[in-house]
Design a protein around this ligand. Structure first.
Ligand code: MN
Length: 490
């Protein structure tokens, strides 16, 4: 990330702030306090934030809502699974009838052409990090996207990061929202540096969060810190150890041999949190030798066993940012996005409810994984699955889990379909990192196939993860076209 391009990016955000303030007729607080508050009420347009329902989208929404609240700008908030053309048509009416200003976060770039066609070039602002179709074009004044400044929206900044920078430009006090941007970036799995560290703009945002005491970084064993120890070791190691992975009974024996107790003196299950540093060392050593001696693991295996955790200071009882991003994802996917957003904005009761919802979500996920696995179909260059009981809101999550956890699913991209409204199918595509390194770009492929087939909803996404929406009747040809397109790229 070059300093000059970063400055260009920050300047661009600053220009968009001016555009935003001008559009809503915002009066700077240079008037007398009483006069000012009256003027604000008289002249400000109210804002409607539309955001994506995954954890990056929800953190984006919470950042924007907090910033607008602080600036005394009235707002309304809606969360959508995708920014489909039908919503854009409704929004067009809304702008006209209610004199609104719209902010789109974590989507909008993929729908840029349609937005321009329908909404023109004022009364809205896009804060997104998905790759624009045409990077040679000058970015519009109503559009913020890191790719125009050679900053990667896949690894260096998420939508929540873009919203955070925007919020910080509105008011430096919004630096206290930096931890939310880190939660969003983790939701989009952007901690891809060494040992789960952040790179690019994300690193700068993390520095803000550390500076004001909202996050501390801690290195620990790379397993779930939340689950009982034997479950965490059986299912969440960064690389599988055939001698213990997936087998809780064997993990119990393994722990017993190391004299690490699974329960505390009150007979409660211990988690990684509860282990002493001595116990952690013993466990790490044993896992490394298990990897080398019994499972022929390479040298990087030992390196992968330690990772960075991002401890949150004010979301008790949620210990870290990754866990919080999973919780938000569950809220969004289960249809309770507002619980997630109010948790992020500091509401403790919502956080408690969100934790309950998350438990339900975990059960739904494990059922859906089983159904997906039973319905995998293999084509020449892709694998697919569809089952009418897999909810469209979680199909992307299931697709990711399968691609990341099953060796045989890493060889070809996985394209999943789920029933949506009115005989439409939601499409989720995921590919293993190795395929992306070899040049596979699922976002591009889906966009091209949808264009070629003249599918009405535009596809969007990144090289390893993309989505689309097709009519059920288009399924067969769509699979053929995607299969062909992936073959041509290899
Ligand atoms: Mn995102």
């Amino acid at each position: 990330m070059s300093k000059i391009l970063l400055d260009d990016f920050l300047n661009a955000i600053d220009e968009r702030k001016d555009y935003f303030f001008k559009s809503i007729n915002y009066k700077k607080k240079d008037l007398k306090e009483s006069e000012n508050s009256k003027k604000n009420l008289d002249f400000k347009k109210s804002v409607h934030i539309y955001s994506h329902l995954d954890s990056d989208g929800l953190t984006s929404a919470a950042i924007l809502a907090s910033a607008l609240k602080r600036a005394d700008i009235s707002y309304q908030l809606s969360v959508l699974p995708q920014l489909e053309t039908k919503y854009i048509e409704e929004i067009k009416q809304e702008i006209k009838s209610y004199n609104r200003f719209i902010i789109f976060s974590d989507f909008g770039t993929g729908q840029l052409k349609f937005l321009k066609k329908e909404l023109g070039s004022d009364n809205y602002l896009i804060l997104d990090h998905h790759q624009p179709e045409n990077l040679k074009e000058q970015p519009d004044i109503f559009h913020v996207n890191p790719y125009y400044y050679e900053i990667s929206g896949e690894s260096e900044i998420s939508a929540a990061g873009v919203c955070y920078l925007f919020a910080k430009t509105l008011d430096p006090k919004n630096i206290d929202l930096s931890s939310l941007a880190i939660i969003g970036a983790l939701g989009d799995m952007q901690n891809k540096g060494d040992k789960g560290s952040f790179i690019g703009v994300n690193k700068l945002i993390l520095d803000d969060a550390i500076k004001i005491g909202k996050i501390t970084v801690e290195k620990d064993l790379a397993i779930s810190r939340h689950q009982p120890l034997h479950i965490a070791l059986a299912y969440s190691l960064p690389e599988k150890l055939p001698t213990i992975s997936g087998n809780e009974e064997k993990v119990k024996l393994f722990l017993k041999a190391l004299q690490i107790k699974m329960k505390n003196e009150w007979n409660e299950r211990r988690t990684l949190f509860n282990l002493s540093s001595g116990e952690k060392k013993t466990l790490l050593k044993a896992l490394i030798s298990e990897g080398f001696e019994r499972n022929n693991k390479s040298k990087d295996f030992a390196g992968k066993l330690i990772t960075n955790f991002y401890n949150l200071s004010n979301f008790d009882p949620i210990p870290d940012a990754k866990e919080m991003s999973k919780l938000l994802n569950a809220c969004g996917r289960l249809g309770f996005p507002s619980l997630g957003i109010s948790s992020l904005m500091g509401d403790k009761k919502s956080l408690q409810k969100a934790i309950e919802k998350n438990k339900i979500f975990k059960r739904e996920i494990s059922t859906a994984i089983r159904l997906a696995e039973e319905n995998i179909r293999n084509y020449q260059n892709i694998n697919t699955f569809y089952h009418n009981e897999i909810n469209e809101k979680i199909v992307g999550t299931i697709c990711s889990i399968l691609v990341h956890s099953k060796e045989e699913m890493k060889l070809k991209p996985l394209i999943a379909f789920a029933d949506s409204d009115n005989h439409f199918l939601k499409v989720s595509a995921r590919a293993d990192r190795e395929l992306v390194k070899k040049g596979l770009n699922l976002g591009k492929i889906l966009r091209e196939v949808c264009k070629k087939m003249e599918i009405i909803n535009p596809a969007g996404g990144h090289p390893p993860a993309a989505g689309a929406k097709i009519a059920s009747s288009e399924l067969k040809i769509f699979i053929e076209e995607v299969d062909k397109a992936v073959g041509e790229k290899n």
